[in-house]
Design a protein around this ligand. Structure first.
Ligand code: PLP
Length: 444
């Protein structure tokens, strides 16, 4: 079966995971480190658009995109063509030894589309965490200061430096040795859980008080913030929060880094989620997940003088900006440029959000519906309270998984279900997935 012949429909032919998946899972438990988890051990053989086909022949609707990676759609024709062409020409030289054009082209495209009215430059890496690590190095070198401020509910990766920047200790950092120094956590704007009526400006003032009193600006290099938090549960800060913070930072000689690893690249109905708040002006951006249709590549893009602060040889890595991944990124970025992709994310929000609000009115276990574009979440509570309801999320996710809809959970309290579909998803598949969600809610 050619991937592109996969019909865009849900099909459940065995239990999920089915017998073949269960057999593979046995092998995995024997061979693979226990440190890698599995949200749903159905082994996927092929995928196209928004459909995953498992080894038992089940067709699952993908509402996760591998955590916002296959934004352009699984086995996208443009990505396939670019990868196939590049792989026959050149797969590796090491950009910092003997360079190649696709790397430069990705940098040019990102410099063009990343927000900011200033001269920009870019460097490429392999993963989101690696991009964040290099952004930390750059802001420290550029400012000659050490302090890094991050926010409650934030997620920045699983390396030693980035797990130290996460809000949650478990499961990312606990037991894995000392955390990195000079990282300070401050409150985030979380409209659903903040005091009622608290504005974005007031929430920013609360964060700024923490920074000024507890951290101090003297040795503060930068603030790192996800303009819409990913793993934290798609928390969209109140309007005015991001602008107030970045205005304060710039008035105090502090840089601002937008971690757009999950929210960037057309996901929220703009090129970057930063663009939703006028006046929010990050100096650097970290970019990864959705950029190359599933091929591993990441970037730091931003003010040229900060990007040039590193001495030659200070940044790099063997595989960073690999030619095949770079060719895939060019194919994705050019499709977004050509139009229709960003608009599709907006249409997905327009379809999903009113339907989810209807469900919220019927099922008070849904406390909040939030997000932008194709980055939408529902937060579960014990009805009539703000108490997180992880049990309901587990039951709903399990019901959806066994009925052929793959959803991811999120949230500091694991009480959020997130909708992060490939933008190639059809309206029919979205409506079908919503009907399964409603059955799951009924079954609670
Ligand atoms: C996923 C993620 C990262 C880490 O990216 P990896 O590629 O998994 O290392 C960093 N920041 C944000 C906001 C993320 O969502």
């Amino acid at each position: 079966m050619s991937e592109t012949q996969i019909a865009q429909e849900r099909k459940v032919v065995t239990s999920i995971p089915g017998p073949k998946s269960q057999a593979m899972h046995k092998r995995r438990l024997e061979a693979v480190s226990a440190g890698a988890g599995a949200a749903l051990p159905a082994y996927i053989e092929a995928a196209h658009g928004a459909i995953l086909v498992d080894v038992d022949g089940n067709q699952l609707i993908d509402l996760g995109s591998g955590i916002g990676v296959t934004t352009i759609g699984h086995t996208n024709a443009g990505v396939i063509a670019a990868v196939q062409e590049q792989v026959t020409k050149l797969t590796h030289t090491l950009f910092t030894a003997t360079p190649y054009e696709p790397y430069v082209e990705v940098c040019e495209l990102l410099n063009k589309h990343v927000p900011g009215n200033f001269k920009k430059k870019t460097a490429l890496f392999n993963s989101g965490a690696e991009a964040v690590e290099n952004a930390v190095k750059l802001v420290r070198k550029a400012t000659r200061k050490n302090g890094i401020v991050v926010f409650d509910h934030a997620y920045h990766g699983r390396t030693n430096l980035t797990f130290s920047m996460n809000f949650k200790n478990a499961p990312y950092g606990n037991g894995f040795g000392p955390t990195a120094a000079s990282i300070q956590h401050v409150p985030m704007s979380y409209p659903y859980r903040d005091p009622q009526g608290m504005t974005g400006v007031e929430a920013a003032q609360r964060s700024i008080t923490y920074i000024e009193k507890r951290v101090g600006v003297e040795d503060l290099a930068a603030i790192f913030i996800e303009p819409i938090q990913g793993e934290g549960g798609f928390i969209v800060p109140a309007p005015g929060f991001l602008k107030t913070l970045s205005d304060w930072a710039h008035a105090n000689g502090v840089l601002v880094v937008a971690d757009e690893v999950q929210a960037g690249i057309a996901r929220t109905g703009k090129w970057f989620a930063t663009e939703w708040e006028e006046g929010f002006e990050p100096d650097l951006f970290t970019i990864a997940k959705g950029i190359a249709g599933g091929m591993p590549i990441s970037a730091v893009t931003g003010r040229a003088e900060i990007m040039d602060a590193s001495h030659p040889g200070g940044m790099g890595g063997t595989f960073g900006g690999n030619p095949v991944s770079a060719a895939a990124a060019v194919a994705v970025l050019k499709q977004i440029e050509a139009g229709g992709v960003i608009e599709r994310a907006q249409q997905i929000e327009a379809l999903l959000v009113p339907k989810l609000r209807e469900l919220q009115a019927k099922y008070p276990v849904i406390g909040d519906v939030r997000g932008r574009g194709a980055m939408i979440a529902i937060e579960f509570v014990e009805p009539g309270t703000l108490n997180p309801n992880k049990a309901a999320v587990d039951a709903v996710a399990k019901f959806m998984h066994s009925n052929g809809v793959f959803v991811l959970t999120a949230g500091t309290h694991y009480n959020v279900i997130r909708f992060l579909p490939p933008l190639a998803i059809t309206d029919e598949l979205l409506l079908d997935a919503l009907s399964v969600l409603e059955e799951a809610l009924k079954s609670l």
